[in-house]
Write a protein that binds this ligand. Structure first.
Ligand SMILES: [Mg+2]
Length: 380
């Protein structure tokens, strides 16, 4: 949870409501002779993938969770703080990279909880920030009046004084975006206040995004105008660092949040108010339990009984992660039935366990973790 931000107060009740059976449910094999008593949550970056390359024997490890005919045998989800693309697109990409059949319902991203805020901001002007397709993510969640920060900034002449020195041009991209004019008339940005900013994924152009967000946040949502009450700002996660193919960790969304907050607090009389989602918040883990139960419940036709309060009928849910302060801390804070497994393919590279957030088990790779789980569960 963020030091100065509000805690995530929204429950995941909406996500727990009964939903239609998905096509995926029929893929879940009737391989269980009894209801499975365990599920698995995989972090992605540093555990399953490094950049776009599989790591730690992940394709082989994940295939062990499927029957020979390709139907799912063991309930699992991807529980990542990353994002930037709609869940369906990410599921397709993971399927391609890992050679398995991943359902969109198995992909829980840092920004997935943003969909809970549709009731509040669904018809308001909002700005979506980050790499990938942040506006498409929010549109898919049901927000009707959304602009990416590229599109929004392109409406304001001279809002970024460094733009002439940048070798890329977001203005051109925004102008070519056919959806731009359809979703939000250009003139609206000069009269409609931005009600909320959503940092969906890692921002690409930090200097422009910090400038424009400070403009939005200090003026009450109308850059260049008078000071007004701070609009809401939400971050998909608060990860300070994450692992890519580069040998040392890279600065993440949490680093961007610190930069924005520090600058905002120097130029504005009030401290920045914000909300962070993502691991290690226990609500994220509780929601993963519900989704895992739905995977199992859909097979047995009883998932309509699942709700937030009695979601977990699992004896064990395994969290396989590479970041002690995110994956392991989150599983520990959530408590039963979570069992944390720390891999050495990402942020954590120590020989022994982590000092502060010690995992229940430390292994080298995700494949080792899956082998441990399958052996333990088949023996029980
Ligand atoms: Mg990770």
């Amino acid at each position: 949870m963020c030091a100065k931000g509000k805690s995530v107060t929204m429950s995941f009740h909406l996500l727990a409501k009964a939903r239609k059976l998905t096509a995926f449910s029929c893929l879940l094999s009737r391989a269980f002779s009894h209801r499975p008593s365990f599920g698995i949550a995989f972090d992605i970056d540093g555990v399953v993938l490094l950049g776009n390359s599989p790591v730690g024997g992940s394709p082989g490890a994940l295939r062990k969770l499927y029957a020979a005919d390709g139907t799912l045998k063991i309930p699992y989800v991807f529980l990542t703080n990353g994002g930037g693309y709609p869940e369906a697109k990410r599921a397709f990409e993971l399927s391609q990279l890992l050679g398995i059949n991943v359902s969109p319902s198995q992909v829980l991203q840092g920004h997935s909880p943003f969909k809970q805020l549709v009731k509040r901001f669904g018809n308001d002007l909002i700005v979506a920030v980050g790499k990938g397709e942040p506006a498409a993510v929010m549109s898919e969640y049901g927000f009707k009046y959304v602009l990416s920060i590229d599109e929004y900034a392109s409406c304001f002449e001279n809002i970024d004084p460094l733009a002439p020195y940048k070798k890329w041009t977001t203005k051109l991209c925004a102008a070519q975006n056919a959806k731009f004019n359809d979703s939000v008339p250009r003139n609206d940005v000069f009269s409609e206040r931005v009600q909320a900013a959503f940092v969906v994924s890692d921002p690409v152009d930090w200097s422009r995004d910090i400038q424009v967000l400070c403009d939005i946040l200090t003026t009450g949502g109308l850059p260049g105008r008078n000071v007004g009450p701070q609009p809401n700002i939400y971050f998909a996660n608060d990860d300070l660092e994450y692992q890519t193919k580069f040998p040392s960790e890279r600065l993440g969304l949490g680093a961007f949040r610190i930069a924005l907050e520090s600058i905002f607090n120097r130029i504005h009389s009030h401290s920045l108010e914000y909300t962070c989602f993502g691991k290690p918040h226990p609500s994220v883990f509780k929601n993963a339990e519900i989704v895992l139960q739905k995977l199992v419940g859909s097979l047995y036709g009883d998932f309509y009984d699942i709700d937030h309060d009695n979601a977990s009928k699992f004896e064990t849910v395994y969290m396989i992660g590479d970041n002690p302060a995110v994956d392991i801390k989150g599983a520990q804070q959530t408590g039963h039935p979570w069992f944390s497994i720390l891999t050495r393919t990402g942020v954590f590279k120590g020989k022994e366990n982590h000092d502060k957030f010690s995992a229940d088990l430390v292994v080298d790779t995700v494949e080792e973790a899956v082998d441990y789980i399958l052996e333990k569960e088949s023996a029980s």
